[in-house]
Ligand binder design. Structure first.
Ligand code: UDP
Ligand code: MN
Length: 261
């Protein structure tokens, strides 16, 4: 019985996020495996860095037309890397997994998530009757994978991404037994500081997994969204373990700007 944290990076930017995430999991001494799915867009250099910290790196390629499932997916290019995320259901070498977006950060050990049933997720702060698909507990299964792909090709996604698709695939999530609804501390989105500061002051210290949702990611440098303590933790891990992977001048310039800003 092997259980794993699973993430996805389709390019070098998200790969740097995945590296910070992996180091954050090591820092809190997780006992589970670390698995990252990548595409061929990730450079050899970043891939080697990923191989050094993850237990397993697998290459997923939606454009590989040898696979009948992929052929069906190619007919829906509008869904972009949504489909790439679905590949996590194919990791049947594990009995249970927790998927984490590459823009998440684990700040306290959260291994108890593996006791949760398939499928579990936390409410989305924008529409709390739906779940946020940046953190979810699931059981890999080829059967579920096939059903998901079929569903995706037929129905698409109401938001163009994996979150819309998965919410339609699990439409009764909100009414499932409470074990399926993860507490907010497992997918704490930065919006919480702004929309309910008193709650953040009261409960924020219990946060275990932070999720930097939105267009501005921590690897893009500082912005209003990234003033919080968790951004500083992200940046400290980045500086200690990942910054050296960023060899292009513009990234280094960006780092200097972070340091001075
Ligand atoms: N992702 C990726 N490449 C992309 C976009 C997304 O690898 O170009 C993966 C990555 O794991 C990311 C997840 O898909 O964390 C979901 O996208 P994102 O976190 O940007 O969405 P948000 O959480 O902001 O809605
Ligand atoms: Mn995300």
């Amino acid at each position: 019985m092997t259980e794993a944290w699973v993430t996805l990076a389709t390019n070098d930017d998200y790969a740097r996020g995945a590296l910070v995430l992996a180091h954050s999991l090591r820092r809190v001494n997780t006992t589970r495996k670390l698995h990252v799915m990548i595409t061929n867009q990730v450079s050899v250099r970043l891939r080697q860095e990923l191989e050094a910290v993850f237990d397993a790196v697998s290459v997923v390629d939606v454009m590989d037309s040898n696979d009948p499932e992929n052929l069906a997916l190619i007919s829906r290019p509008d869904l972009g890397c949504t489909f790439t995320k679905l590949n996590c259901w194919r990791l049947t070498q594990y009995t249970k997994c927790v998927f984490l977006d590459a823009d998440t950060l684990v700040v306290q050990n959260a291994d108890e998530l593996f006791d949760r049933p398939d499928f579990s997720a936390a409410a989305d702060i924008g529409w709390p009757d739906t779940f946020n698909s940046g953190v979810f507990v699931y059981a890999p299964s080829l059967e579920t994978y096939h059903r998901l792909v079929e569903f995706a090709v037929e129905h698409g996604s109401f938001d163009g991404g994996d979150q819309g698709l998965l919410n339609e695939f699990y439409p009764d999530w909100r009414d499932l037994p409470s074990a399926h609804r993860l507490p907010f501390i497992y997918n704490m989105t930065a919006g919480a500081f702004y929309t309910y500061p008193a709650a953040y002051k009261r409960y924020g210290k219990d946060t275990k997994i932070v999720h930097f949702i939105g267009a501005q990611k921590p690897w893009h440098g500082s912005s209003a969204v990234h003033q919080g303590e968790h951004y500083h933790t992200w940046k400290a891990i980045y500086n200690a373990h990942v910054a050296h992977t960023s060899s292009d001048v513009s990234s280094e310039e960006r780092m200097r700007q972070w340091e001075s800003g």
